[in-house]
Design a protein around this ligand. Structure first.
Ligand code: MRU
Length: 362
């Protein structure tokens, strides 16, 4: 039940169980080490990025994906790129770092966490202007590590707040992957599920497969199975039937950008789930940290939506054709769910009605 602007903001006292996941992104031996999500669930392999161009390509090609994970990776991309700039002049150094930032920020347009993390690195760079360049390089690495550590803490706080919305016996539908894989660890929507599970609630998860890139099938199902959280995989067009059959009690998804009016951009298909939830009288929640809230973007209509390669739609894994050659394809990677369809937004500060979010994060 909605109480004033805040739906739930008491922080329950219980030990948080960490996910058993391998790190999505980490600074390791002078490289940005990424778990290569494009190879999951078949192979668990890592990509060590030793320069910022490799980081940029990894973001673009979905080696790392999910809004918070992209932000953390981009910050580490700035840090790794800055290490090989050969100058002792602060001004020359700043210009070179800004070029790196421009390259990284252009990789994916919808997830605002990317710009947020880059802006934070730029602010740190500016604050360090009195120091020798060698010291600044070290402190940029530290700042990117701080962004990573904070992201995990934010996810855990989101998990605590969101878990109060889930009762034992509930089945939760989620779309795409908003888990440990999509963040520095623990997850947003899946963080809520993890926290409820850690409290001993007997819950089940329904994972939409999430066409065309199959983040639900490849990543969410894999991630939940790693933690032994009960999960059932469905194709995207099955959600309505399960809702009608009374097999789902609530929906929780992540977000790539939340506009000032509470409209939410998330993985394509999220809007359809929200419409179905409304039609069946089910609560529809979005879980996201403050770094996903973009008060400079007034409404969902102002959010840039990435369009991706048609091969994602016409082939499986870019090779096996599942459509006639030359067919026209439209492949937006995200859609916008209007605030009116969202029951609440679960943040690290509590759960808010979408229309009240701006006042709390101004
Ligand atoms: O294209 P992707 O895989 O980066 O899309 C990811 C999503 O849409 C997630 O739901 C969103 O980034 C939230 S992740 C906590």
């Amino acid at each position: 039940m909605i109480v004033d602007a805040v739906i739930a903001c008491t922080v329950p006292q219980f030990p948080l169980q960490d996910s058993s996941m391998v790190p999505t992104v980490e600074w390791k031996d002078g490289a940005v080490r990424l778990l290569d999500q494009s190879q999951l669930p078949g192979k668990v392999v890592f990509l060590d990025c030793r320069d910022y161009l490799t980081v940029a390509r990894a973001i673009k090609e979905l080696v790392v994906r999910g809004a918070p994970a992209i932000g953390v990776t981009a910050a580490m991309g700035v840090a790794i790129g800055s290490q090989s700039i050969k100058t002792t002049s602060y001004d020359d150094f700043v210009n070179a770092v800004h070029d790196i930032c421009d390259c990284l920020v252009a990789t994916r347009p919808t997830a605002v966490n990317l710009c947020w993390a880059i802006e934070r690195m730029k602010r740190r760079l500016s604050a360090l202007r009195e120091l020798p360049v060698a010291d600044i390089k070290r402190l940029l690495v530290e700042e990117s590590q701080r962004i990573l550590d904070e992201d995990i803490a934010l996810c855990k706080a989101i998990g605590q707040h969101g878990a109060t919305l889930i009762a034992s016996g509930h089945t939760v539908l989620t779309h795409c992957n908003a888990g440990a894989l999509a963040t520095a660890g623990y997850g947003t929507a899946l963080g809520v599920i993890r926290a409820a599970w850690a409290q001993g609630k007997a819950i089940q998860v329904i994972a939409d497969e999430t066409r065309p890139v199959l983040q639900g099938a490849r990543l969410t199902a894999w991630e939940l199975m790693q933690d032994k959280i009960p999960v059932t995989l469905i194709t995207d067009n099955m959600a309505g039937t399960l809702m009608r059959q009374g097999k789902i009690q609530l929906c929780i998804v992540g977000a790539d950008r939340i506009a000032a009016n509470g409209d939410v951009a998330n993985k394509i298909g999220t809007y359809s789930v929200a419409v179905l939830a409304k039609a069946h009288g089910l609560p529809f929640y979005v879980a996201a940290p403050y770094s996903t809230i973009d008060l400079k973007t007034p409404t969902g209509a102002d959010i840039p939506i990435e369009e991706r390669n048609p091969l994602e739609v016409t082939t499986l894994h870019g090779s096996h054709a599942i459509a006639p050659a030359g067919v026209a394809v439209y492949n937006p990677a995200f859609d916008v769910t209007p605030a009116a369809l969202i029951t609440g937004i679960i943040t690290e500060r509590g759960v808010f009605r979408p229309q009240d979010l701006a006042a709390h994060f101004a």
